[in-house]
Design a binder for this molecule. Structure first.
Ligand SMILES: CC(C)=CCNc1ncnc2c1ncn2[C@@H]1O[C@H](COP(=O)(O)O)[C@@H](O)[C@H]1O
Ligand SMILES: [Zn+2]
Length: 354
């Protein structure tokens, strides 16, 4: 057990699975609640505290509450800049944010297009202010909304991929995994792939989605979100595992999210163990740092303490995450350079203490 929290904080990190509205911190949430007192929302309704667990349904109710608080361009701009700065303060050097563009009929002007533009504006503002983090954006498809909306979202993402100077890099498929059918979304996802957008797909987050997972894996995606029930010990299948392994398709691992959302019974029973032992690329992520009251340093620390990873193994885990980013080779090289420069100082100190 390594309780050296400073090591995990100082560790340079890559965050590849962060939903914008699930990542809102207590401080930002308080600002939002103050802006909209008439909604009568308390902070306890937007986060799941230490030791608390919720059913998946209850977790998805939380997002509905947050969406009420974040429904104007002004809100989105504040939330996105705050979230980016918080990740930067946690020593995240490269971040892929994902969010579902929403149009709000009751608030003047919020369209799916202006939603994406506002997130891009936040990314650019942080860059102009010199915040030490490289941020990219994945446009999210909520599976609940069906094939037509998915296609519309992909077309929007295509436009922004071309006009955002490389900030929009891909598509995320997310939303309540118990709702909707992934099969009808295949044409939209296929189109995204053909046009050069990268795909990160939530997959087998709940049991009994073998057929859907097989179809999604055949696209194939560039990364898998969760993949909790892919492997045979969890009711998945060897052929699904073989497919992911053969394609070396990285898994985005969100420990606290899975434990608090009760799709995994405990940290020690998390599927990270299975995939890590296979030597498969796994990237530690937060999912929804605001809702699940965590940060990326804490998730690395949990992975290390649960699976007995020594500092050099933790370092390797964060370094290998660079291989899995959606930005191009030039960005990868810059990040690798950063890791190389930081390694001696950080690892020597940690090994002395370990
Ligand atoms: C409930 C639970 C255990 C959550 C973690 N697992 C998740 N699985 C699927 N979709 C998700 C998850 N967490 C966040 N999302 C998606 O992200 C949205 C919130 O961020 P945003 O509005 O897209 O910016 C949610 O409405 C949902 O569509
Ligand atoms: Zn997620």
């Amino acid at each position: 057990m390594d309780d050296n929290a400073e090591f995990y904080k100082d560790l340079p990190k890559v965050e590849l699975h962060a939903h914008l509205n699930g990542s809102v911190s207590v401080q930002t949430m308080e600002k939002l609640i103050r802006r909209k007192p008439h909604l009568n929302i308390e902070h306890s309704m937007t986060a799941i505290g230490k030791g608390q667990r919720r059913t998946l349904d209850e977790c998805f109710e939380v997002f509905k509450v947050i969406h009420k608080l974040v429904d104007t361009e002004e809100d989105i701009l504040m939330v996105a800049t705050d979230v980016i700065k918080e990740f930067a303060a946690d020593n995240v050097k490269y971040l892929e944010l994902r969010s579902t563009p929403r149009e709000e009929n009751h608030t003047a002007g919020l369209t799916k297009k202006s939603y994406i533009e506002t997130v891009i504006e936040a990314i650019q503002q942080c860059k102009n202010e010199g915040v030490d983090i490289d941020v990219r954006f994945l446009v999210a498809i909520d599976r609940r909304n069906g094939a037509e909306v998915a296609m519309e979202t992909v077309k929007l993402a295509e436009e922004f991929m071309l006009s955002s100077g490389g900030l929009v890099v891909g598509i995320d498929l997310s939303g309540d995994p118990t709702v909707g059918d992934g099969r009808c979304l295949l044409p939209a996802l296929q189109r995204a792939r053909n046009s050069g957008l990268k795909l990160s797909l939530h997959m087998s987050e709940v049991p009994s989605q073998l057929e859907e997972s097989e179809l999604l894996l055949n696209l194939p995606p560039d990364r898998i979100g969760h993949g909790t029930f892919l492997h045979p010990e969890m009711g998945g299948s060897q052929s699904l595992v073989d497919r992911a392994v053969k394609g070396r398709i990285p898994l985005e691992i969100c420990l606290t999210s899975n434990v608090k959302g009760q799709t995994v019974p405990s940290y020690s029973q998390h599927h990270l163990r299975y995939w890590y032992q296979l030597g498969h690329p796994c990237v530690i992520c937060t999912d929804d740092k605001g809702v699940f009251c965590t940060d990326l340093s804490q998730e690395y620390q949990l992975a290390a303490s649960t699976f007995g990873l020594r500092p050099d193994a933790v370092w390797t885990l964060s370094e290998r995450a660079v291989d899995c980013i959606f930005a191009g080779d030039e960005v990868k090289q810059q990040l690798r350079q950063k890791w190389t420069e930081l390694k001696p100082g950080l690892l020597q100190g940690a090994q002395l203490q370990a």
